[in-house]
Design a protein around this ligand. Structure first.
Ligand code: FPP
Length: 254
């Protein structure tokens, strides 16, 4: 069977609407094979392809990938350069396939710090896929949760100074509307590969009620079966959003 033909599967229910992933373990995957760390990132890009397709086939609405954090600039310069090049070549290589698969691409983060050709391509890729109605693939690039909150606070202050908003009007819902991804459902499942158990300044505001799922699998090895396990774990959890287990059970049977 061709790899492009969707497999029939009985999906775990409920499915997360929005999955956010920290793709960790590229460097260790390479080191285990005595390869340079950058070989791990290249293999990681292949895993991105697999998981985007798997989410698309499962009718997941949004997949957000942490591709480059605001802190990743601290890595050795050659590694940063390879990562930036890899984003561009992966984007260029995949855009047609993504578009045909009805995937809408979005980027979040302060990507003005990136080389101009990458910035231009980001804008182009977003425009090209803007009307697509399938999976929304969000790439977090030069993104940090604290950066997001700071830019939201800055824009709220501007609105107050311009008289469009009163300080007393600033509720969580109003602040939310200034954060990245405010037009999309909040992440309900957060996955981190590579064995570490932290959020690392990812979607701090948006993940308030996300179910957290950690796996030792290194990102370049991550596959459809791993995603299935994460979705099964998600389906087995009771989400209470501050209510009691009994209240939730009553609603479920109402
Ligand atoms: C973390 O692993 C991974 C990254 C900082 C980069 C992720 C980038 C990709 C998967 C490449 C392509 C992505 C897109 C969206 C085109 P690490 O280097 O911290 O691994 P380690 O913890 O084993 O050192």
């Amino acid at each position: 069977m061709s790899v492009d033909v969707p497999m029939s599967r009985a999906p775990c229910q409920p499915l997360p609407r929005h999955i956010a992933i920290v793709m960790d373990g590229n460097g260790r995957w390479a080191q285990q094979r005595s390869l340079p760390r950058t070989a791990g990132h290249r293999e990681g890009a292949k895993a991105v392809r697999r998981i985007v397709r798997a989410c698309s086939e499962r009718d997941i609405e949004v997949l957000t990938l942490f591709a480059f954090s605001s802190e990743n600039w601290r890595r050795p310069r050659p590694e940063v350069e390879v990562l930036l090049k890899l984003f561009l070549t992966t984007l260029r290589g995949e855009i047609r396939r993504l578009d045909t698969a009805n995937v809408r691409l979005r980027f979040i983060g302060d990507y003005r710090a990136f080389p101009e050709n990458l910035q231009d391509y980001i804008v182009k890729a977003e425009r090209r896929t803007a009307a697509n109605t399938g999976l929304t693939l969000v790439i977090a690039a030069n993104y940090g949760g604290r950066w997001d909150l700071a830019q939201a606070a800055r824009r709220v202050s501007e609105a107050v100074l311009e008289g469009r908003l009163q300080p007393g009007d600033i509720t969580p819902a109003v602040l939310h509307s200034f954060t990245c991804l405010s037009d999309l459902p909040e992440p309900d499942l957060f996955i981190r590969t590579g064995g570490e158990q932290r959020i690392s300044n990812f979607l701090l505001w948006q993940m308030a009620y996300a179910e957290l799922y950690f796996t030792d699998r290194l990102w370049p090895d991550y596959d459809d079966g791993d995603l299935e396990s994460a979705c099964a774990a998600f389906a087995s959890r009771q989400r209470r959003f501050g209510r009691t287990a009994e209240q939730v059970a009553q609603n479920q049977h109402a």
